[in-house]
Design a protein around this ligand. Structure first.
Ligand code: MUC
Ligand code: MG
Length: 374
């Protein structure tokens, strides 16, 4: 008899960050994870996770909304269905429920974890097999203070934790941001790659000036300088400067990327399992990027260990990640809810061993950090 989905629980978990994380749209002091626990009729459990950044400041899905959508709309469709039919279940949810990609990503992750555990293989095996078992990981500097950012970066370089850095800018006046970035780049030297993420904060003319200044300061990559829907601005900027652009909010899935590329965009794309609605559709974006000659980057919505592991299993199946990854989410949080945290070393992270995601919940930690009133 087919193994069916028996129960799905969506749990809100709040963990403070190690320091305030300042982005152009908000400052985070805590990260909220929606942890999905999906049980099948044999009692096996699959884990999934959805996060966003600063409640609703990043996009239209909030942690509380994700839990509500899973509990009220998505779980009732999945309960009783064969747990192994992952593609069929994805198609079904796409037909019945628009958007809600973060919630769908958490559920697809749990289905993949469950299937991997059943077959005794890892999620990357389910996706065709890992090409790499160690993936590069950068660190995001976002304390809001230049001296503190430099100190933090030098510590990460010295300990072999990270060698590449992404600076969050866009909240301050342009030239203040440029001076901040130039000072960090100068302090870190030629060996360290310094990139910036503007999170849509600039209009096109500010972006043009900013890119000229950042190019001169030795920055390697500018992420999402202009508003997500303004594809034309991204195309024009990418053709005007040799400093490459990383498209993030503008490209949720393969279709977005196809349109951006067909319009003449050159540069790279930040894949995120959350934006795409799960690991499988995130990898479809990689196929479009490769065909279009765009660079690949493994992106995060600052997930904890479960969502980070799911992303790593997906990115590990790709031959080349031109700009590496930013899968540092667990390191931004003060604590973890898993038994064995990921191993970060040599400017990167190890792909966890299976079965499934290779991640196990620490029940005491989960009980301590789960939100009590929901
Ligand atoms: C984003 O916009 O890229 C990734 C790293 C970080 O600090 O924020 C995220 C989201
Ligand atoms: Mg970004």
């Amino acid at each position: 008899m087919a193994v069916t989905i028996q129960s799905i629980e969506a749990i809100l978990v709040d963990i403070p960050t190690i320091r305030p994380h300042k982005l152009s749209m908000t400052t985070m002091g805590v990260q909220t994870m929606v942890i999905v626990r999906m049980k099948d009729s044999d009692g096996l459990e699959g884990l999934g996770e959805a996060t966003t950044i600063g409640g609703l400041s990043y996009g239209p899905e909030s942690p509380e909304g994700i839990k509500l959508v899973i509990d009220t709309y998505l779980s009732p469709q999945l309960i009783g269905q064969p747990a192994d039919h992952i593609n069929t279940l994805r198609v079904m949810l796409e037909r019945t429920t628009r958007g809600n990609h973060l919630a769908k990503s958490a559920l697809e992750t749990a289905l993949l974890d469950l299937r991997g555990k059943r077959l005794g293989c890892s999620v990357s095996d389910l996706l065709g097999g890992a090409v790499h078992r160690h993936l590069p990981v950068l660190w995001t500097l976002a304390s809001g203070d230049t001296a503190r950012d430099i100190e933090e970066a030098l510590d990460r370089i010295e300990t072999g934790r990270h060698r590449d850095f992404k600076l969050k800018i866009g909240a301050r006046p342009l030239m203040e941001d440029v001076r901040h970035v130039a000072a960090v780049k100068q302090a870190l030297g030629a060996e360290a790659s310094v990139r910036v993420d503007v999170n849509q904060a600039w209009d096109e003319s500010t972006a043009a000036r900013g890119m000229a200044e950042l190019q001169a300061a030795g920055v390697d990559l500018v992420e999402q300088p202009t508003p997500m829907k303004d594809h034309a601005a991204l195309v024009r900027l990418s053709r005007r400067f040799h400093l490459p652009i990383l498209a993030d909010e503008s490209v949720a899935d393969a279709t977005d990327l196809f349109h951006l590329s067909a319009a003449g965009f050159t540069g790279a794309v930040a894949m995120k399992i959350a934006k795409a609605g799960g690991p499988v559709r995130a990898l479809a974006q990689a196929t479009v990027a490769s065909a279009a000659g765009l660079g690949l980057y493994g992106g995060t919505l600052l997930e904890g260990t479960i969502g980070t592991a799911a992303s790593l299993h997906a990115w590990s199946t790709l031959e080349t990640l031109h700009w590496g990854t930013e899968m540092f989410g667990p390191l931004l949080m003060k604590d973890d809810i898993v038994v064995r945290p990921l191993t970060f070393r040599d400017n990167g992270v190890e792909l966890p061993d299976g079965p499934g995601l290779g991640v196990e919940i620490d029940e005491d930690k989960l009980a301590a950090y789960r939100r009590k009133d929901l």
